[in-house]
Design a protein around this ligand. Structure first.
Ligand code: BGC
Length: 740
């Protein structure tokens, strides 16, 4: 008998296993300890002016140190997929340096799709090495905002829809970056789950949803990852701007989680000196130089945390203790980074960074469909026809602040050509999307892929080209142009742009054996999915994009990626049903009031609770081999401090491959409405043909709990649960019941 209502905190604690989020263990982050005495001594030697100088920018991406005391400047740079090229001191435009062309690593959605913690560590270490070589103190990333709507233009920079997956992947990334003496900066804290009106959206959310869905990855980065800096978001929560939000910054981040690092603004995300000074912000960047055109020269003195703050400190209107705490945190950052004499020197664009990028790219690609074993492409293929603009388009220059200037980016077409040297590899356009790149802001990576043919002509030419091909590969999807996967605004719909659906239908009518490769960082509509043999979810894969994809197409790499988000059949199938939920209703002050009224039912939590079939479920991905699961067994049928689930998994196919074994917890009976099941563990296992390994996944009570807003506690209720072991969220292979 488990069902009961939480009537009072007393009853709750009597019947349920609970623990407070403010427990002392949570107050200790794993951030590197530094010499706190030196910090206090240094603060005592600093003038008020020196302290204030330190807490706001002096250029687009830097803030001053204290030259008199030998304390260096802080230099930040985006993040998160590579190190952004140098900009001018006081403008967003590229400084046109000749030595800042970096390695671009795959976008974070791809990293999440690998479900491989070791790869996340390798990614962080490698991109951190590049940041270190380039002299950066802080790498502005990774982003861990949860995919709430497939329209969010910036989902490609994040780690999908599930808080557990994002938490597991962000920790090794952060630790990898910071092993170089470079700070990672987890962003955008919090609820910056859309780009549309990101500067004017106020989110209303209940505490349970906040704690269960949107905060865990940030908390993991802080508590488990020991991240040294966090970036506040542009939007408001509960009527307070995130970077000035005392509840978010003081109560949660610095209070409950014990964050001892620097909370910096997103660029231009603050409004008021009093609130910046008092509510938990430490470092201000981008004010009045916000955006791409509103550049005010020498604005730095009038930043909220500059002269206006100094004046209020001098008159005693604002206390120096708050200022000292900001300086203390920045000095901690200095000791962990610039002033750590033991930190490695860093490395830039070295062969192993390209190898890491290529490997992560290949391991993140998700095989969604492979009828008639269309893939891998046979080595003796004579003619391969590659269609679609995305096969020839460079993606690293676009996307907004994550835009990169690279030494090289292997296009998909070039990657395929290189992988099949004995085949005739032909390109035909099929459609024209956004053929040009080149802006004042990102004055690198220009290209012009213009084509004057009409859409009808392009389609006809594509259909004609495929007639005698052994293989037809259409490379479509999104790109990083406006209203696609890019910063600053959202997509307008989930549909493929530029009339691609019609072109795909026309080609599929003559070549139903075609292979569709989707380049995107977001779910896209695929109304023709039943009419093509094979579908691959490719991502923005960076410098080695074409090689990573070709590795999978050729079978050099057996696909093992799994979707970090649900791909719905239609946008309307998802949880967002009203304008109140998205994009909000504009109030008289010009603020878009938005309600996260779908609660915890985000992504697969929504689809499964409503019984709506997505096109491809969360956690799904095929392989060139097959895996057989044995019966899962629990170390105990009663939860003590933890339970370990063991399940034998065998490679029953003829090639080596990897399977991501996923653990979902189902609460059989609860006093609150809970999702049907939630991801609480996973392991990626590599198996040779015929090989069998026992995969073990351990979880504790936290995997059973929900957040109870009334008591501000995580509650694991007594009763029955199921540990479900699956190959995806929709493909459960074995279940074990247990009780708490
Ligand atoms: C973005 C941040 C980025 C910053 C600096 C902002 O517009 O939201 O993610 O780090 O610019 O480029």
């Amino acid at each position: 008998m488990k069902k009961y209502l939480i009537v009072t905190l007393f009853i709750t604690t009597m019947l349920a296993a609970s623990w407070t989020t403010k427990s002392s263990s949570e107050k200790t982050t794993h951030a590197k300890a530094v010499d706190e005495k030196w910090i206090e001594n240094t603060i005592s030697q600093m003038t008020l002016e020196e302290k204030v100088a330190m807490i706001h920018a002096q250029s687009k991406f830097s803030s001053p140190g204290v030259p008199r005391l030998g304390i260096p400047e802080v230099w930040c740079d985006d993040g998160p997929h590579g190190v952004r090229p140098e900009t001018l001191w006081d403008a967003w435009a590229s400084a046109n340096w000749a030595n800042d062309s970096c390695t671009a690593f795959p976008a974070l959605t791809c990293l999440a799709a690998t479900w491989d913690r070791e790869l996340a560590a390798l990614y962080g270490k490698s991109v951190g090495e590049e940041a270190r070589y380039r002299g950066k103190t802080v790498l502005l990333g990774p982003g861990v905002n949860i995919l709430r709507t497939p329209l969010n233009g910036r989902n490609f920079e994040y780690m999908g829809e599930d808080p557990y997956l994002a938490s597991q992947m962000v920790v090794p990334y952060v630790q990898g970056v910071q092993s170089n003496g470079v700070s990672a900066c987890v962003k955008h804290f919090a609820l910056n789950n859309q780009e549309h009106k990101r500067h004017e959206t106020n989110v209303s959310i209940d505490d349970r949803t906040l704690y269960e869905i949107y905060l865990p990855a940030f908390k993991a980065a802080v508590v488990d990852g020991g991240v040294w800096s966090v970036m506040g978001a542009y939007n408001l929560i509960g009527g307070e701007w995130c970077c000035e939000n005392a509840h978010l910054l003081k109560d949660i981040l610095k209070g409950e989680w014990g964050f001892d690092g620097v909370l910096m603004t997103d660029w231009g995300a603050v409004k008021s000196t009093e609130k910046c000074a008092s509510n938990g912000l430490d470092l201000e960047y981008g004010t009045h130089t916000n955006g791409l055109d509103a550049n005010v020269k020498n604005a730095y003195d009038s930043y909220c945390l500059a002269r206006p703050y100094l004046e209020k400190l001098r008159t005693g209107e604002l206390p120096e203790s708050d200022l000292n705490d900001k300086v203390r945190r920045i000095l901690r950052l200095e000791l962990r980074t610039n002033m750590d004499r033991m930190r490695p020197f860093g490395r830039f664009t070295c062969p192993d960074h390209y190898a890491v990028a290529r490997r992560i790219g290949a391991e993140g690609i998700v095989l969604l469909k492979n009828d008639n074993c269309r893939l891998p492409i046979k080595a003796d293929a004579k003619k391969i026809v590659v269609l679609g603009e995305n096969a020839i388009k460079p993606f690293t220059p676009g996307g907004g602040s994550s835009s990169l200037k690279v030494q090289h980016e292997v296009s998909i077409f070039d990657g395929i050509k290189a992988a099949f040297p004995n085949a005739e590899v032909v390109f035909e356009r099929g459609y024209v999307g956004q053929p040009k790149h080149g802006s004042k802001t990102y004055n690198y990576g220009q290209y012009d892929l213009s084509d004057s043919r009409t859409p009808d002509r392009l389609t006809a030419d594509a259909v004609a080209a495929v007639a005698d091909a052994d293989y037809v590969i259409f490379v479509g999807g999104l790109n990083k142009s406006r209203y696609q996967d890019t910063e600053g605004d959202d997509r307008k719909s989930m549909d493929l742009p530029y009339g691609q659906d019609a072109v795909i239908e026309a080609i599929a009518a003559v070549r139903p054996d075609m292979i569709y490769v989707n380049v995107s960082g977001n779910p896209v509509g695929m109304p023709w999915a039943d009419k093509v043999d094979a579908i691959l979810q490719d991502w923005y894969l960076g410098s080695e994009a074409g090689n990573s994809l070709a590795d999978v197409l050729s079978g050099a790499v057996c696909p093992s990626g799994k979707l970090p988000f649900t791909i719905p059949v239609a946008l309307e199938d998802g949880p967002i049903k009203s304008r109140e939920q998205y994009p909000g209703i504009k109030d008289d002050d010009g603020i878009w009031q938005e309600s996260y009224s779908e609660g915890v039912f985000v992504g697969y939590r929504w689809f499964q609770s409503k019984g709506v079939k997505p096109r491809f479920p969360f956690g799904y991905g095929l392989s060139y081999t097959t895996f057989e699961y044995g019966q899962a067994r629990a170390s105990s049928k009663k939860m003590g401090s933890s339970i370990t689930i063991s399940v034998p998994v065998k490679n029953t196919g003829s090639v080596a491959g990897a399977e991501v074994v996923q653990l979902y917890i189902h609460d059989a009976e609860a006093s609150v409405e809970r999702p049907e099941q939630e991801l609480k563990g996973f392991e990626k296992v590599w198996l040779a043909p015929g090989e069998c390994k026992t995969v073990k996944i351990t979880f504790d009570r936290s995997a059973l709990s929900f957040f109870d807003a009334a008591s501000h506690n995580w509650i694991a209720e007594k009763g029955e649960f199921e540990a479900r072991i699956g190959s995806s969220s929709d493909d459960i292979r074995s279940t074990v019941r247990f009780t708490l």
